[in-house]
Design a protein around this ligand. Sequence first.
Ligand code: EPZ
Length: 429
Amino acid sequence: MEKIVIDGGVKLSGKVEISGMKNAAVAVIFATVAVNDVCVIENLPQISDVKLSLEMLRSIGARIKIVGKNAVEIDTRDLKNVAAPIAIARKMRASYYLAGASLARFGRTKVGLPGGCDFGSRPIDQHIKAFEALGAEVSIDGGYLEAETERGIHSANIFFDCVTVGATINTILASVLADGMTVIDNAAREPHVVDLANFLNYCGANITGAGTDVIKIKGVSRLHGCTYAIIPDMIEAGTFMAAAAATGGRLYINNIIPKHLEAITAKICEMGAEVEELDEAIIVSRKEPLCRANVKTLPYPGFPTDMNPQIAVLMCMANGVSQITETIWDGRFRYVDELRRMGAKIKVDGKQATIEGGENFSPANVRAVDLRAGAAMILAGLVCNGRTEIEDIHYIERGYDNIVSKLRLVGARIRKINIPDDIIESKSV
Ligand code: EPZ
């Protein structure tokens, strides 16, 4: 079993390089199915969700070649079938993007229902609503989503009942080769939606309005390959911003797009951090004690739900009582039990967490219960004096590229250790 071990109490200082965005990378990788040509995707993060996405493409016949440290060539001209094995699909959320891309290219799909972090219910009714509006017959059977269209995908006007990143991306994918103009209303505005649209437009698509709540996709007859670099990961950057603010150090966070970080920057400055924005970097430091604040998570450009656990760590340290209102995921507060094991005073009542700050954390053995919860446990471990051990770190490695080595480079006393299973069994007797 692998663990992360942290001897905390160090102020982080130095330069961090941000990797490509997980949630853009997985969308673009699956989008190559609709391209039916050879694409080179650059600035891919070295994370397990990217490895799994590439594995799924290989399983349906794509030819994949590593052509650089963070670059792969994906040839999707000879795909065998469109059924993605449930065993892989259920390991991550984004596997359902294969459905939209396959519908566009083949007019049919069969994809294992997605997995991903467990925040409670993660419905896909808006994906189904969009596929049906585009002319597909959709069924859920035996853990698979199946969709087929007799007369081909046609354009439609789709008004989402809620702002959904996944369904917005899946609808763009499914309609990119459709006859006519598809219009998505109440679309998600996240940077990774824009990145996907930009990639497809580089391939010859005709998509306008990405980044606003109305996206128009004028179907084209075919797409062609391209070379495309994924945008930087705003949540990885936000996590390192929180690390600088939490430890009271100074981090030069390189390879970012400041605009994507505006809500995060505003909140950590409100709590007492200092932020200097450069063209493609941000410098975060903190000299004064952290002060309380309230946060409400919202779709972009609001404060991202994927920064909820990380900002909670800062609130635990801040003087006063802070509140987090979570509007996206019912089960987002699962990290609270683990933070409580380190002394956090947090009360959760439905969508609201009330955090009584002012205390430092005490070291403990904790678990990463999901990807961003794991990041929060690392932040708490970095701050408290003593040794914190984190289990179930596979969640963290789903979305953070070499986070242990990046933190060591800026002074953290952190390492990953592997405990052979037979030692664990002997201890458990
Ligand atoms: C994406 O998940 C991200 N994952 C999540 O990041 C992120 O938390 C989420 O967007 C919100 O920003 C990827 O991009 C792979 P949604 P997604 O569809 O697409 C409801 C991380 O840590 N909804 O925008 O699954 C849903 O219940 C991960 O990187 C429906 O009701 O999220 C939720 O309340 C975790 N019906 C809200 O919409 C649907 O058909 C937003 O979900 C779809 C969604």
